[in-house]
Design a binder for this molecule. Sequence first.
Ligand SMILES: C[S@@+](CC[C@H](N)C(=O)[O-])C[C@H]1O[C@@H](n2cnc3c(N)ncnc32)[C@H](O)[C@@H]1O
Length: 194
Amino acid sequence: MHTTVADLLGPGGGPCLDVCCGTGAHAGVPAGLGWTPIGVDLSGGQLRHAAERLPVSRAHAAALPIADASLPAAMCVLSSTDVPDYPAVLREVARVLRPGGRFVHVGVHPCFVGAFADWSQRPRIVVDERYADRSRSFDSWYTGGVRVRAGAWHVPLADLLNATVTAGLRLVRVTEAGPDGIPDLLGFLAVREP
Ligand SMILES: C[S@@+](CC[C@H](N)C(=O)[O-])C[C@H]1O[C@@H](n2cnc3c(N)ncnc32)[C@H](O)[C@@H]1O
């Protein structure tokens, strides 16, 4: 996870906004590359932990308390399934990034992870027709996981990539990673168009 974020973000300087930073578990990644991590999250409970790792604000990811075109970098890790409208988050990231600013997305792979994907016969992953369902789902083949309690929103791959481009972010690089050759993580670097 950290390797994927680091590879996509690359070295730099100035603030790197961690959108939906949670407990700030990834703050060390941009810091180790020369960036200054700052975070936003909706959860005060998560932010109490994050504040020990990076400066934080409580805010909605689709309404960031940040000026237009003011940031050189932003990242969002493992959170696209936790917001009801990830395309709105992408538009907001594009708004606050400077032209040429970098955005790193890392999330569960939308083709292989979700209510529609049964991993119980791994390495055979069975995907069903719920792939097309964009609503919040509490379904999971694994009943011991967090998703049966918290639910998840699914953004199919084409929607994710199209929303990124439509937001004004130019895709630069895409990565896939996961166990046994089955990618359960998808990441990409996109750059704010001038
Ligand atoms: C699965 S956690 C990931 C946290 C962190 N990025 C990580 O990888 O450890 C998803 C996070 O998204 C936050 N979140 C959910 N909806 C949000 C919203 N609308 N605006 C900001 N944060 C939100 C949650 O509070 C939670 O901290």
